[in-house]
Design a protein around this ligand. Structure first.
Ligand SMILES: [Fe+2]
Length: 280
């Protein structure tokens, strides 16, 4: 099927609303991003989208639509694209889709248009990286450009400035193939070996994990030590299990949807997970 992608993209971009927070990309040797949230906000809900896999027949579009509406309509929610936003096929990795990569790219842009004003940045997942690996053209960067967002190919050191706090968030798509709950929790906190952050956020494993790690930091102004716990989160995916690749490969089924972390004015971070299902 032929599309006039440029015309379609311009029409989508016309619907974008202005960002609800100030996003600044500082001059730095490291992949950093600063976000300034108005002090009038009572709290900040961080709800990134990971492993949405648009174009995959197992993609749970109904659940995603519900969550996009919640992100769009809830005033204190911020989000980002954590990668694997679309299935992205290559000759080497055919994936599980009947749509072309161009169609998936424009569909992903269109899908995220309603929450563009809540999105802080856009990352690459291993599915988008397939194109880069074989052609050195980054389909993840195209999605970020379409969405007019800062792009990060691996890590993003995100600092949220709000009410005198600096919440340090380290985001990555995630990597590896940890299958057991213990291995997944170890994977979630991997970066604590070489950096500190208040929140380390990955996806990729299509599972939902949260862990809190006790930590002590030093105040650079007065030299005193203080407690500063880290929360590590793995976000789930928007992929149904049965009938798909994971079930065929006997991988452990993952839950679907969003993980949400609430940043509070006193520095506390709350994680909000959902266990859906009937209780009969
Ligand atoms: Fe994924």
């Amino acid at each position: 099927m032929d599309f006039d992608f440029q015309t379609e993209l311009e029409a989508i971009q016309k619907t974008f609303k202005k960002p609800v927070v100030k996003i600044v990309q500082p001059t730095s040797d490291l992949p950093e991003l600063d976000v300034v949230v108005p002090d009038s906000w009572k709290q900040i809900q961080i709800a990134p989208l990971y492993d949405v896999h648009i174009g995959n027949p197992q993609h749970d579009g109904k659940l995603l639509a519900r969550h996009l509406k919640w992100i769009e309509e809830t005033p204190d929610v911020l989000s980002w694209n954590g990668g694997d936003m679309f299935e992205n096929i290559t000759d080497f990795k055919m994936g599980h889709t009947t749509k072309s990569n161009e169609e998936q790219l424009i569909e992903a842009t269109e899908t995220l248009a309603s929450i563009k004003h809540k999105l802080l940045f856009s990352m690459a997942g291993n599915h988008e990286d397939r194109t880069y690996k074989h052609t050195h053209i980054s389909s993840a960067k195209y999605l970020a450009n379409n969405l007019q967002l800062p792009y990060f190919g691996d890590y993003c050191f995100l600092t949220v400035h709000w009410k005198g706090n600096r919440f340090r968030i380290l985001a990555h798509h995630g990597a590896g193939s940890a299958q057991t709950p213990g291995a997944q929790l170890n994977s979630a906190r991997k970066e604590l070996a070489w950096t500190t952050a208040d929140l380390i956020w990955t996806g990729h494993l299509h599972q939902n994990k949260v862990d809190v790690v006790y930590r002590v930091d030093y105040d650079q102004k007065n030299g005193r030590a203080f407690e500063r716990d880290t929360i590590v989160i793995i976000s789930p995916s928007y992929i149904n299990y049965f009938g798909g690749y994971a079930a065929k490969m006997r991988m452990i089924p993952g839950v679907r949807g969003l993980s949400v972390a609430t940043l509070n004015a006193d520095g506390r971070i709350d994680a909000n997970l959902h266990a859906r299902g009937k209780r009969i």
